[in-house]
Design a protein around this ligand. Structure first.
Ligand code: RAM
Length: 924
C-alpha cells in the first residue's frame, strides 16, 4: 500500500524548542511520500503534558489540508513545562492515516510572577561616558574635543547552590544587561554566544533557557556568569556612543530543578551571588577586547573555590515585566574559515586574508610566548590597491582591535575573543615572531544560527558570485537583529531590512528571526505612531534625536518606517504566517494614521505661502509629503562630485517629497490585503478608499500628463510603477521615461536603497525585459557585476566602494540592501514565486532570455523542497521541477499555463520566439 508520513515537525518554526514564551504555539509538519500527486486530506493532533501524559489538546480528525501553523487550542500551558505532541495525517492516497509522528516543546517562565530572582549588579568600576554623534562625523563636523574614553573590565558573578537529590531535569533561565556567558561547574551552559542578544531592553529583554541537567552533580554546584558591556552599556549604533541603555551591567537568573523524587527546587539570583573583576581589561562590541590571560582566576567557576574575598552584589528591586522568553535562534559560531593568504612580517605585522568579508572574530593558536607578550589583532574589510593596510571604517570607536596578553603557558596559548565581534576580511596580527599557519589562525563566523533555506546556481560564474555575496551579507548582518552593517553602526535599520527581507527568505529560514526583530520594532514605536528608522532604539538615541539637526533628527522615515507593514507582509507571503500580521496590525494602523495626521496638518515648505486652489488644498491634506526623510538613499548620481557627507543629503532633498506619499500609498495597499487576510473586510475596504483618494491626489500633484514625474530620477519612476501609483493609461509612457533615463545613463541603474528592489521587475513587467537584462549584466558602475568584477565578496554600501583602480572608499563593504536583487534571481531567473502564502501554490516562470544556459535552484518551503533546474539551447528548454506534497505549481510560459501536482516533472519547451540572450557579456 502506498505510504506517507509526517516529517520535520516544528513548533514556532523550531525543532523541540526550549523556553518558549508563546501561549498558543503553532505546529507545522511536512508530508513525506514517494508517490506523486499527494495532498493531505486531514490530520489529527495531540498535545500532552510530558510528565503525566495528561491529554491537553486532542482533536478529532480535521478534514483539511492545513499542515502549517496549526494553532494550539488546548488548556492553558504552564510555565517551565515539557509537552509532547504528535500528529498523523490522512492523504489522497487512501483511508489509512500515517503513523503518528512526535515532537516535544517546553515553555519558559511565562509570567513575571514566575520569577523569584532579582537583578543583581556586580560592583561597578567607575566609568565616564562618551557621547558623540556619528552624524556629526557624517556631516563633516569635528567632535568638540571632549571625547572621554570609557572602557571597563568584564565582571564575574558566582553563585553556589547545593542539590539534595538526583536531578531529573534542570533548566537555567538567564539574561543580562550587557552580554554574558553562563557556566555550570566550570563548563559552558551551551554553545551560544553574545547572549542575550540585542533588544529594546527597557521594553523587552530576552531570557535564554538552557538545559543544564547533565552538568549538575550531587552536593555543591556553581553557576557562574561572565558579564561584558555588550549592546546595553558598550558602544553601538549610529552614534557610536557607549552606555546607551545604562552604565551598569547586571544579570538575573533562575534555576528550576526537578528532582527524581518528584520535588522541585528553585535557585535564583539574589544576595548570595558574589562578584569580582574579570580578566578582560575591557570588552566592547566596537572597540574589541583586551584580554589578559594572566588575570584568569583559576577555578573560579567550579565548586571548591574560595570566594570569600569577592564582593557582594547589589540586588535591584526593578520590576521584571520586561523579561520575555527568547524567540528564535541564538547567535552561534556558524562557520570556521581558514586563510587564503598570510603576508607581512614580524615588524609590520602579519596580514591574514580570509578571502571573504565576514562577521565574527579570529581564533588564534599561538606558540609558547614570554608571559606579558602583547598580541594584537586589527580588523578591516579591504586593503589598499598595493595590498597595504587600510581601514575602511572611519570615526571614533571603530578600532575593531583585540589585544591578547600572553601568560607564557608552556604548551602555547589559544585565544578567541568572547565579548566582541568584527566585520572583516583581513586581520593584522602583531606580537608574533612567525607567521601563523592556516591551521593556527581561523576566521570564526558568528551569526544567528538560522537554517539554510535555498540556493541558486547558474551557468554564469559572476551571477553565482553575486548571489554568494548577498548570502554572505545576509549571514554577516543577521546577527541577533538584522543590521545595516556589522562593523560601523550595527544598527537594526528598518529601511535596509525592508528592502532585503524577500531575498533573505530564499536563503535562510528567517521567519522567527524577523518576528523577534518586529517585537522590538513595535516596542520602539512612538506613542504618536511613528515607527523608528532603526530598532532597537536606545533611550540615548531618543534624547539625541530631540537635539539633532537635518538627517540627525530623523525619527521615522518613508521607506524605513514602512518596514512595520512590509516585513510582516513578506513573512506572510513566504511563510503563510498570519500571526505576524495579527501581531503587527495595530502598529501598522498607528503608522498610517500618523501619516494621515501629518498630511492633514503640513504642506511642503515651498507651498506654505502659496495660495492653493480648493482641489490642491484637498490634495495636499491627503499627501504625506513633508518632513525629513532619507529619500531614495544613496541614489548613485546624487553622490557624484561632492564630499560624501554633503552628497548623502542630496537624494533626501530631491526625492523625499515624492517618495514619502508613494510609501504611504504602498502601506495602505498592503494594509488592504492584510485586513482581508485577517478577516476584517470593512477595514480593508476603508484602506482601499483611503489609498485611492491619496493616489488620485498624488497623480494630480506629481504626475504630468505625459507620464513624467515632477522628479525626473529613476527611483521615483520605479516606485510609482511598482506601487501602482500611475494611472493605467499613463503606465506605458511613465515606463518609457524610466527606460529613457536608464539608457541615457548607459544602461545603468541610478536607483537608491528604496527603489532598487523593484527596478528589474518594473522593467520586466512594462515590456522592457531586454533592458532589465542589460542592467543585470551591466559591468560598469553602478551595477551589481561591477562589484563582483572588483573583488566584492559581500554587497557594498555604495556601488563604487572600490574604484576601478582598486582604491577603496571609507564605506561599509558589507551592507545587504543592494543585495535585494537576489530575490529577483530566485523569482525571475529560476522563476519560482509564491502564488498562495508559504508556496502552497507557486508559479514557475523562468526568464529563458536572461542570457543563461542553465539554472538550478531550490527553496525549502514549509511544505517541502521545491527544486527547479532548467537548461536551454537555441530552440528548446528543458525544465525539471520538484513540487512538494500538499503543494501545487503553475508553470507559466509564453502565455500558456499548466498546473502540476506534487512530484517530479520534466517539460520540454519550444523557445523559437525567445532569444538566447540579450546580455552584454559572453556566455561562460
Ligand atoms: C546609514 C546606514 C543605513 C541606512 C541609513 C539611512 O548610515 O548604514 O544603511 O539605512 O544610514
Amino acid at each position: 500500500m502506498a505510504e506517507h508520513s509526517c516529517t520535520r515537525l516544528r513548533v514556532e518554526y523550531l525543532e523541540s524548542p526550549l523556553g518558549l514564551g508563546v501561549s498558543a504555539p503553532r505546529f507545522s509538519w511536512r508530508m513525506d511520500t514517494t508517490e506523486p500527486g499527494v495532498v493531505q486530506t486531514g490530520y489529527e493532533i495531540e498535545v500532552r503534558e510530558a510528565s503525566s501524559g495528561l491529554l491537553l489538546w486532542g482533536k478529532e480528525r480535521r478534514d483539511t489540508g492545513a499542515s502549517v501553523h496549526i494553532v494550539y487550542g488546548g488548556a492553558p500551558l504552564s510555565s517551565n513545562s515539557v509537552y509532547d505532541w504528535r500528529v498523523r495525517t490522512w492523504s489522497s492516497l487512501g483511508d489509512e492515516p500515517s503513523e503518528w509522528s512526535g515532537g516535544r516543546f517546553e515553555t519558559g517562565l511565562l509570567q513575571a510572577s514566575d520569577w523569584q530572582a532579582r537583578w543583581v549588579e556586580p560592583v561597578q568600576v567607575p566609568t565616564t561616558v562618551e557621547r558623540w554623534s556619528l552624524f556629526d562625523w557624517v556631516m563633516g563636523r569635528q567632535p568638540d574635543g571632549s571625547i572621554i574614553d570609557r572602557l571597563r573590565p568584564t565582571q564575574l558573578l558566582r553563585q553556589r547552590f547545593v542539590l539534595e537529590a538526583p536531578v531529573l531535569r534542570a533548566r537555567l533561565y538567564a539574561t543580562a544587561r550587557g552580554i554574558y556567558e553562563a557556566q555550570v561547574n566550570g563548563m559552558p551552559a551551551d554553545d551560544q554566544v553574545l547572549a542575550p542578544g540585542f533588544d529594546s531592553y527597557e521594553q523587552r529583554t530576552s531570557v535564554q533557557c538552557y538545559d543544564i541537567t547533565a552538568a549538575l552533580r550531587a552536593g555543591e554546584n556553581i553557576l557562574a556568569l561572565t558579564l561584558a558591556d555588550g549592546w546595553w552599556a558598550g558602544r553601538i549604533g549610529l552614534t557610536g556612543s557607549s552606555a546607551q541603555w545604562g552604565d551598569s551591567t547586571a544579570a538575573i537568573w533562575q534555576l528550576e530543578i526537578d528532582y527524581t523524587n518528584g520535588d522541585h527546587a528553585v535557585f535564583a539570583s539574589d544576595d548570595t551571588v558574589r562578584s569580582a573583576v574579570g580578566p578582560h581589561e575591557y570588552a566592547d562590541l566596537f572597540i574589541g577586547e583586551r584580554f589578559d590571560r594572566r588575570a584568569i582566576i583559576e577555578g573560579w567557576s567550579a565548586p571548591g573555590f574560595d570566594d570569600s574575598e569577592w564582593s557582594a552584589v547589589t540586588v535591584l528591586g526593578d520590576d521584571l515585566s520586561m523579561l520575555a522568553s527568547f524567540y528564535g535562534e541564538p547567535v552561534r559560531r556558524v562557520a570556521d574559515l581558514q586563510p587564503i593568504d598570510v603576508s607581512g612580517n614580524q615588524d609590520s605585522g602579519f596580514i591574514v586574508d580570509f578571502g571573504q568579508v565576514i562577521t565574527g572574530r579570529v581564533r588564534l593558536v599561538m606558540p609558547q610566548l614570554p608571559a606579558g607578550t602583547m598580541v594584537s589583532l586589527e580588523h578591516t574589510e579591504v586593503l589598499d590597491p598595493q595590498g597595504a593596510w587600510f581601514v575602511n571604517i572611519e570615526g571614533i570607536n571603530k578600532e575593531q582591535t583585540d589585544v591578547y596578553i600572553a601568560a607564557g603557558l608552556p604548551g602555547g596559548e589559544v585565544y578567541e575573543p568572547s565579548f566582541t565581534f568584527h566585520g572583516f576580511r583581513y586581520v593584522r596580527i602583531t606580537g608574533l615572531t612567525a607567521a601563523p599557519t592556516n591551521e593556527n589562525v581561523r576566521g570564526i563566523v558568528l551569526g544567528s544560527d538560522l537554517e539554510t533555506a535555498g540556493s541558486i546556481h547558474t551557468s554564469d560564474a559572476r551571477l553565482n558570485k553575486l548571489h554568494q555575496n548577498a548570502v554572505w551579507s545576509q549571514r554577516g548582518n543577521f546577527l541577533s537583529i538584522p543590521t545595516d552593517c556589522p562593523q560601523r553602526e550595527r544598527a537594526g535599520w528598518s529601511g535596509d531590512i525592508q528592502v532585503f527581507a524577500p531575498s533573505a527568505t530564499n536563503n535562510a529560514h528567517v521567519a522567527s528571526f524577523l518576528t523577534r526583530w518586529l517585537h522590538n520594532l513595535r516596542a520602539d514605536q512612538l506613542p504618536d505612531g511613528r515607527v523608528p528608522i532603526y530598532s532597537p532604539r536606545s533611550p540615548f538615541d531618543r534624547t539625541q534625536a530631540q537635539t539633532g539637526e537635518g538627517l540627525g533628527a530623523i525619527v521615522a522615515a518613508a521607506g524605513w518606517s514602512d518596514a512595520i507593514v512590509i516585513v510582516p507582509w513578506v513573512l506572510y507571503e513566504r511563510y503563510a504566517d498570519q500571526r505576524v500580521l495579527e501581531e503587527n496590525y495595530e502598529a501598522m494602523l498607528a503608522w498610517v494614521d500618523y501619516q494621515a495626521r501629518t498630511a492633514a496638518s503640513e504642506v511642503p515648505a515651498e507651498l506654505e505661502d502659496a495660495s492653493l486652489n480648493e482641489q490642491r488644498r484637498k490634495n495636499q491634506a491627503l499627501l504625506y509629503n513633508t518632513g525629513d526623510h532619507f529619500g531614495d538613499w544613496l541614489a548613485p548620481s546624487t553622490l557624484l562630485d561632492r564630499p560624501f557627507h554633503e552628497a548623502i543629503g542630496i537624494a533626501p532633498q530631491l526625492t523625499s517629497e515624492i517618495i514619502a506619499p508613494m510609501f504611504q500609498i504602498r502601506s495602505l495597499q498592503l494594509l488592504g490585503h492584510i485586513a482581508r487576510v485577517l478577516g476584517r473586510p470593512s477595514e480593508a475596504d476603508a484602506f482601499d478608499v483611503r489609498r485611492s483618494n491619496i493616489r488620485a491626489a498624488f497623480i494630480d500633484e506629481y504626475v504630468k500628463s505625459d507620464g513624467r514625474l515632477t522628479c525626473d530620477l529613476q527611483g521615483p519612476y520605479v516606485l510609482a510603477l511598482a506601487f501602482d501609483v500611475i494611472p493605467n493609461e499613463l503606465r506605458a509612457s511613465t515606463a518609457a521615461h524610466l527606460a529613457r533615463l536608464i539608457s541615457e545613463n548607459g544602461n545603468r541603474l541610478d536607483t537608491g536603497f528604496v527603489s532598487v528592489p523593484y527596478l528589474l521587475d518594473v522593467l520586466h513587467d512594462a515590456g522592457y525585459s531586454e533592458l532589465a537584462t542589460r542592467v543585470l549584466w551591466q559591468s560598469e558602475s553602478p551595477s551589481w557585476l561591477y562589484e563582483v568584477d572588483h573583488g566584492a565578496t559581500t554587497m557594498w554600501e555604495s556601488w563604487d566602494a572600490v574604484a576601478a583602480d582598486g582604491t577603496a572608499r571609507t564605506v561599509s563593504m558589507n551592507h545587504y540592501a543592494f543585495g535585494c536583487v537576489d530575490d529577483w534571481l530566485f523569482r525571475r531567473v529560476a522563476g519560482v514565486e509564491p502564488v498562495l502564502p508559504g508556496y502552497r501554490e507557486f508559479s514557475v516562470a523562468p526568464d529563458f532570455s536572461v542570457g543563461l544556459q542553465d539554472v538550478q535552484a531550490h527553496i525549502d518551503s514549509l511544505y517541502g523542497l521545491i527544486e527547479i533546474a532548467w537548461s536551454r539551447n537555441e530552440s528548446t528548454a528543458t525544465l525539471e521541477l520538484t513540487v512538494p506534497p500538499n503543494a501545487r505549481a503553475h508553470i507559466r510560459i509564453e502565455g500558456a499555463e499548466e498546473t502540476l501536482a506534487s512530484g517530479f516533472h520534466v517539460r520540454n519547451i519550444g523557445l523559437q520566439d525567445i532569444p538566447l540572450a540579450t546580455r552584454c557579456g559572453s556566455l561562460t
